[in-house]
Design a protein around this ligand. Structure first.
Ligand code: AMP
Length: 191
């Protein structure tokens, strides 16, 4: 793995612990010599991760749609790609990265993680994906996914593709050790 895509809130969140974790993640990426790929904004947790990596001497590649570029784009990155649409942006972020990590966020973050995992369970790729579960922020989402397995809408092996950790170091170690499951997507009806 060389580049890691970070999906995260374009807001800072109310608890200062979220921004602090964004900073810790940025530092851990540089410490382990990973380049950062992210959504190219200067705001919220997104801006914090990027600022930290840049300050620590790392490499940051931002990808932002032109509709957002004039409002929130970060002007101090190693590279900033301005693309035509949100879809083009997600495709480019995915193509550039070898793995993804999500920090707390809203719909945008959820959507990006869900798409990454949707493609993984169809075996369109074998890249790992992790959630940095800051102060239990993702607990309800993880409970939802367990219920999806219990109700026959998701396989346990696919549920387990989503790696969970509470520190950046643990997260990176889990991504590095990941092997993608070889399992059909569809859940058979119970006999
Ligand atoms: P959200 O979690 O809803 O704040 O959305 C954040 C995620 O969606 C990021 O990982 C971005 O890739 C994308 N995104 C949503 N809103 C913005 C924004 N204002 N500027 C840049 N990217 C955004």
């Amino acid at each position: 793995m060389k580049r890691i895509c970070v999906y995260c809130g374009s807001s800072p969140g109310f608890d200062p612990g979220y921004m602090a974790m964004a900073q810790q993640l940025g530092q851990a990426l540089v410490d382990r010599q990973y380049e950062l790929v992210y959504g190219g904004a200067a705001v919220g947790l997104m801006g914090q991760v990027a600022d930290t990596v840049m300050r620590a001497g790392g490499v940051v590649i931002g990808v932002i749609p032109k509709a957002l570029a004039h409002k929130v784009s970060h002007q101090g990155l190693t590279q900033l790609h301005v693309v035509a649409s949100m879809h083009a942006r997600k495709t480019m972020m995915f193509d550039l990265a070898d793995a993804c990590i999500a920090l707390p966020g809203g719909f945008g973050t959820l959507e990006e993680v869900a798409e990454f995992l949707t493609w993984a369970q169809l075996r369109l790729h074998t890249k790992p994906c992790g959630l940095l579960n800051v102060a239990g922020y993702f607990d309800l989402l993880l409970a939802f996914l367990d219920n999806a397995v219990a109700q026959g809408f998701m396989k346990q092996a696919h549920r387990e593709m989503l790696l969970v950790a509470t520190t950046p170091q643990e997260m990176l170690t889990r991504l590095e050790g990941y092997t993608a499951p070889v399992v059909e997507k569809w859940v058979e009806p119970q006999k």
